[in-house]
Ligand binder design. Structure first.
Ligand code: ATP
Ligand code: MG
Length: 250
């Protein structure tokens, strides 16, 4: 079982889109996947069409529920969900004085006997306590990145936090990879920028990149992963290629 946190504090860089579609592509490779919504926006829960659940991630962190007890089935084969909703916005406050508050998600995993090949945690656009909990519970982090020079600067902050987590809270945390998302289809990445990315990330940069596509937006409106919307489309093929790379890096 591998736990991957999909994380970048930059808003809108396709964390949720990546989590949902990577999950569907892994599920298509016959892997059992649990998707965890770790964001009070609840975008993951909504975008995969889950609207009936009794418990959320908040119950696992605040009320000591085990993850297994809170998980629900999605409409898609091999994909289960741990939901989140707007009440999760209170988590920071509710947990302010709790002992070992960075370890609560990890402990919730330890209370459960889970049987998944992959667990993907969709983080919120912040480096808050709930994101730290994901990084402490995870084996690795997958960083979606929109290719812009400004986003590289934001990434420096993320790397700083990762170092702190790796030094103090989760020594085993690895970088699974950096995924370029929402890449403009009309123009190639500027050569200089691409070289810079390779220089910084080396072989951590996934060979696969995800291009801008209206199909991504349309599939989200229909509350389906791309594979269930347009199986043979370009974006579906990109996410399948990503899943294969992720599985290979195992
Ligand atoms: N490949 C793509 N092509 C076109 N639009 C995309 C693509 N990937 C993501 N988007 C759009 O970009 C927006 C942000 O995507 P998403 O919600 O996945 O990002 P996020 O990082 O999870 O955002 P947040 O930081 O708010 O959690 C959404 O409107 C989504 O439809
Ligand atoms: Mg999101």
């Amino acid at each position: 079982m591998e736990i991957i946190a999909v994380c970048n504090q930059k808003g809108g860089c396709a964390k949720t889109t990546t989590a949902v579609n990577l999950a569907a592509s892994l599920a298509d490779l016959n892997k059992k996947v649990l998707l965890i919504d770790n964001d009070p926006q609840g975008n993951l829960t909504g975008s995969i069409g889950v609207n009936e659940y009794k418990n959320t991630i908040l119950d696992c962190l605040v009320n000591d529920l085990s993850i297994g007890e809170a998980v629900v089935k999605s409409n898609f084969d091999n994909i289960d969900i741990l939901a989140a909703d707007i009440n999760y916005a209170n988590a920071e406050l509710a947990l302010a004085n709790v002992k070992n508050k960075e370890y609560l998600l990890k402990e919730a995993f330890e209370r459960s006997k889970l049987d998944y090949d992959y667990i993907l945690i969709d983080c919120s656009p912040s480096l808050s306590l709930t994101t730290i909990n994901a990084l402490v519970a995870a084996n690795s982090i997958l960083i979606p990145l929109e290719p812009s020079i400004f986003n590289l600067e934001g990434l420096a902050q993320l790397i700083k936090i990762l170092r702190l987590v790796m030094d103090n809270l989760n020594k085993k945390l690895e970088i699974k990879g950096v995924l370029l998302t929402r890449v403009d289809t009309r123009s190639n990445l500027p050569k200089q920028f691409e070289e810079q990315l390779h220089e910084i990330f080396g072989d951590k940069l996934f060979n696969t990149m995800i291009h801008q596509s209206i199909s991504v937006v349309r599939s989200q409106i229909e509350k389906k992963p791309l594979l269930y919307y347009e199986r043979w489309g370009k974006s579906s093929r990109e996410y399948i290629a990503l899943a294969k790379e992720v599985a290979k890096r195992g």
